[in-house]
Design a protein around this ligand. Structure first.
Ligand code: ZN
Length: 271
């Protein structure tokens, strides 16, 4: 077992690569896992995707992503639920143990209403997820996204949602980018341990030049990634460290060099 056996990389991190390219490169570098984004899976389909991962000996850690439940009308909410059903089926066929949920938010829909729509949406697809053996991983997003990407913004809120739904198929994806600022973080990591099924790492560049696509490599920002990881593991999490970096700057550069930098940073700042 290499020191990278518990490392997984999101295909979005090396966005310019196809799934086939990413799988080959990650596996050749000794990386143990891969989280597949739907846009990278789309050209192949879930069945062929599974075969690609099998051929390269990679563990599939998640399918990204589902969610986006709130909508202004019932037709929109139904469409979102159907899309989540497709994601669950794809995850099952791909061999992904979970679908990561970016829960959604829509400008103009009051947050309290949006939160109800999220809970209703998760409850609607939970039986299908449970039957498929696929976890729904609620990912609380940084509050800067509360208007248009996720009305679920803290680990505590995600945990209370899990507690209310109380299903073995509903858990939490904890991403350091979204939760590192939270004054309750240490306590919430412990309280959420029972539900935590995913752990995402990257770093927060200061100043952030773009809300979405300016994440940085671990060690290049101000998040205490290793310390948070140690708390998450001390609380009982035994899964992969998933590197998830969206960066226009890094995508514009050489992806082989980016992968090499990520591996070095992972060794230096995460394990
Ligand atoms: Zn994430």
């Amino acid at each position: 077992m290499t020191d990278l056996a518990r490392l997984s990389i999101h295909t979005m991190t090396t966005k310019p690569w196809t799934l086939e390219q990413a799988a080959a490169k990650y596996a050749a570098a000794g990386v143990g896992g891969i989280t597949v984004w739907r846009q990278h899976l789309a050209p192949y389909g879930a069945k062929q995707g599974r075969e690609i991962l099998r051929r390269h000996g990679l563990t599939c850690t998640a399918l990204c992503r589902g969610g986006f439940f709130p909508a202004v009308d019932q037709a929109g909410r139904d469409k979102a639920i159907e899309d989540n059903r497709v994601a669950i089926r794809d995850a099952h066929e791909l061999g992904a143990p979970q679908v990561v949920l970016v829960c959604g938010a829509v400008p103009g829909i009051p947050l309290a209403d949006a939160r109800r729509m999220v809970e209703d949406g998760i409850r609607a697809v939970e039986p299908e997820a449970r039957a498929a053996g696929v976890n729904l991983a609620i990912e609380p997003l940084h509050p800067m996204y509360a208007a248009d990407r996720s009305c679920i913004t803290t680990l505590g809120e995600a945990r209370r949602l899990c507690e209310r739904i109380a299903s073995p198929a509903v858990g939490i994806a904890l991403d350091v980018f979204h939760v590192w600022w939270d004054p309750q973080l240490a306590d919430e990591i412990r309280l959420a341990a029972k539900w935590t099924c995913g752990f995402h790492v990257c770093d927060w560049r200061a100043p952030l030049r773009d809300m979405l696509n300016d994440r940085s490599i671990m060690g290049d920002g101000c998040i205490p990634v290793r310390a948070i990881g140690q708390q998450v593991r001390a609380a009982g999490f035994a899964g992969f460290d998933e590197v998830e970096i969206f960066s226009d700057e890094l995508w514009a550069g050489d992806q082989d060099a980016l992968l090499a930098r990520i591996l070095a940073a992972y060794r230096q700042h995460c394990v």
